[in-house]
Design a protein around this ligand. Structure first.
Ligand code: ZN
Length: 673
């Protein structure tokens, strides 16, 4: 057992030895040890940093680190065996974290320690304790008797209703199938036609994302688009999968939960854990952005109507602009305005060269050096790379893995960044360094060894690397608040979205975007098209996101009463979001009714405003002025990247920018100003 790779996790985990059988063997011992140590702390701890906070962290860490690695292997080397490990131990892990998270004793210890904390204690410790106490309070630990009983009932009902809501949407989506002829799929990309093909040779259209989105853009047959649109926008609104009663139930239970915890409404409860200062501030951001987007959205709408009329003259459709025509004509208009071939563009993005360019950018901005260290760490797949991150003075400050390629059989789709270990300084002075992993799903190199990336893949790589940088360049010594730990949810995308901006910066591209065959630099005219295409219909897109965010906030506010549908209807009408009278968008709004986004959907825009404003500081200093880029880059490193979750993100922003976030940079970058 001592040699079990999940029990004795090395500085760089021994992935080849981490088999499902090894995990099976380790889990009972890890769980039993963690439980015993937590029990011991609960019965004997004193309210001091080492005896409580560090001891608790030491008690749970071996279990959570091992479980994190199991999760990683599930998403990168998936198999029946790994899934069996997850199914068996997941409930135990959930029960264990509830047991720790709902301990009255731990809450009281944290509160006592917080009240005794000396004025000169590191701010990170104050924040760790504040967030700990808040976590205990929000799990109902301070409630007694009847209130406690009711709180637990409400929590259980909410979990059940949310799961039912999600299942209804999945079922309603799956059951809808529309038989179509091959001719009706005229204009649809081959990949999507292949998805629609049935075993008997016929075709069937569905309303699942992967098929619905491209069909609405490309299917020339209006009647097919109309039927798909109607089915999709009325999902889960009748029969056994009707979500309307669930929405009422969820909203009323959330109000009750907020009241039990002493909040005015669910919006206030949600905002208490986020960096946006108040619901009023969120509504103000929504209103300000909406006001600024309206004129652009209006122009975009009339331009599209005119375009559709022209297209109809050429025999493409009848020029009508029903909701099921918008995506179709918008896609035609986008093609005609910014016609460049994705394939031609990808010839300027050869993966090894892009990676080199990304590392050089990190050097220019933050003074770090990134070098291969593949020989020093075992990996879970032969294509995985390993890198060392060095500081300006040559000291090693972090390591990370990069798993770049798609493996559809065993690897989860999409892209993500994950952390295996956080920076932490032990009481004896020993420094534990951050260890991160970036996973993407690019195509494998071709026969000639070329590995061309789509522009979207380049942006994704930069995005995930931005998350990893915030995790790795932290200077916080207390593990509980270092790296990404305690970065509020509505600020967690700032560091990642910030990095995406550099993908369209000409000075940056001039260092790595070379044609794979001719080595010619990316032509300025092509870059202009890419930039313009990014902002295509930006006003309309922004209003749509704001309509979702505002509806979400209103439904979770004290002032809400009556029918949720009426709230949606009036916001959508105000924000000019197309809908049919039978629309039941809320019935499939899983983000807020089955996910973690209740009174939090605004977070997408909130962090976008912040990251655009951060990049704005570089624009103001001058993107072609290398010394200015270096200077602002170091300031960003010393604030956003160094402080991570140890300080409120709004305060971090203030230290970087010298003021509160403003919407102007976002409007400027998206061409809305
Ligand atoms: Zn992200």
């Amino acid at each position: 057992m001592a040699g079990n790779p999940f029990i004795n996790i090395l500085e760089f985990p021994d992935f080849p030895a981490m088999t499902p059988a090894a995990a099976e063997e380790a889990m009972p011992k890890l769980l039993a040890d963690a439980k015993a140590r937590v029990d011991a702390i609960e019965s004997g701890a004193s309210a001091d940093w080492a005896g409580f906070v560090l001891a608790l962290d030491d008690a749970v860490r071996p279990l959570y680190e091992a479980w994190g690695l199991v999760g990683h292997l599930l998403s990168t080397c998936n198999s029946e065996e790994w899934r069996a490990v997850e199914a068996k131990w997941q409930p135990e892990l959930v029960a264990f974290s509830l047991r720790v998270g709902q301990s009255r004793k731990f809450h009281d210890l944290a509160a006592e320690l917080r009240s005794k904390l000396p004025g000169d204690a590191p701010p990170a410790r104050r924040r760790i304790l504040d967030k700990m106490i808040q976590g205990y309070e929000l799990s109902g630990v301070a409630l007694d008797g009847e209130k406690k009983k009711r709180f637990n009932e409400v929590a259980a009902s909410l979990a059940k209703l949310s799961a039912d809501f999600r299942d209804h949407v999945l079922d309603a989506t799956k059951t809808f199938r529309l038989p179509v002829s091959e001719a009706q799929l005229d204009g649809v990309p081959e990949q999507v036609r292949a998805m629609a093909r049935r075993k008997d040779g016929g075709f069937e259209a569905t309303i699942e994302d992967a098929m619905y989105v491209p069909l609405m853009k490309h299917c020339r047959d209006r009647s097919v688009r109309e039927r798909l649109y109607r089915a999709r926008s009325t999902r889960a609104s009748s029969g056994t999968t009707d979500n309307a009663p669930l929405i009422d139930g969820i909203l009323s239970l959330r109000r009750e939960k907020a009241k039990l915890l002493g909040f005015k409404d669910p919006a206030d409860l949600s905002l208490s854990t986020k960096c946006a200062p108040s619901a009023a501030a969120v509504f103000k951001m929504i209103d300000d952005l909406a006001a600024a987007s309206r004129p652009a959205a209006k122009r975009e709408k009339s331009a599209l109507v005119a375009f559709a009329a022209e297209a109809a003259k050429r025999g493409d459709g009848n020029g009508d602009m029903a909701p099921w025509d918008v995506s179709y004509y918008a896609e035609r208009q986008r093609e005609s305005l910014y016609s460049y071939s994705e394939e031609e563009l990808s010839r300027y993005f050869n993966f090894p060269v892009v990676l080199e360019g990304l590392f050089k950018l990190a050097g220019r901005l933050f003074g770090v050096s990134i070098s291969p260290a593949d020989w020093s760490a075992p990996v879970w797949h032969k294509d995985v790379r390993f890198f060392r991150v060095g500081d300006e003075d040559g000291r090693t400050i972090a390591h990370f893995y990069l798993d770049p390629y798609s493996r559809p059989e065993t690897k989860q789709g999409g892209a993500w960044m994950n952390e295996f270990r956080t920076r932490n300084v032990r009481p004896d002075g020993k420094v534990e360094l951050p260890l991160a992993v970036i996973c993407c799903n690019q195509a494998l190199p071709d026969a000639e060894g070329r590995c061309l990336m789509t522009f979207r893949e380049v942006e994704t790589l930069f995005h995930e690397f931005g998350h990893a940088l915030q995790h790795m360049l932290t200077r916080v010594d207390d593990g509980g608040a270092s790296g990404l730990n305690l970065v509020d949810w509505d600020a967690v995308e700032v560091a990642s979205q910030f990095m995406e901006n550099w993908c369209v910066d000409s000075a940056t591209l001039s260092r790595f975007a070379f044609h794979v065959d001719t080595h010619a630099p990316l032509p300025a005219s092509l870059l202009e098209k890419v930039r313009a295409a990014r902002n295509y219909r930006a006003g309309t897109a922004c209003l749509r996101q704001l309509a979702f965010a505002k509806t979400d906030m209103l439904l979770h506010s004290e002032s809400f009463s009556g029918e949720p549908e009426d709230v949606k209807r009036s916001v959508f009408a105000d924000y000019d979001v197309p809908m049919i009278p039978e629309d039941r968008f809320l019935n499939s709004f899983t983000h807020i009714f089955a996910g973690g986004y209740a009174a939090g959907y605004y977070g997408y825009k909130w962090s976008e405003v912040m990251s655009a404003d951060v990049f704005g500081a570089f624009e103001e200093a001058g993107l072609s002025d290398e010394e200015a880029v270096r200077r602002v880059g170091r300031r960003y490193r010393d604030t956003f990247l160094a402080l991570g979750g140890s300080v409120d993100p709004m305060e971090v922003f203030r230290r970087f920018r010298g003021r509160a976030p403003a919407i102007d940079a976002l409007l400027r970058q998206q061409g809305l100003k």
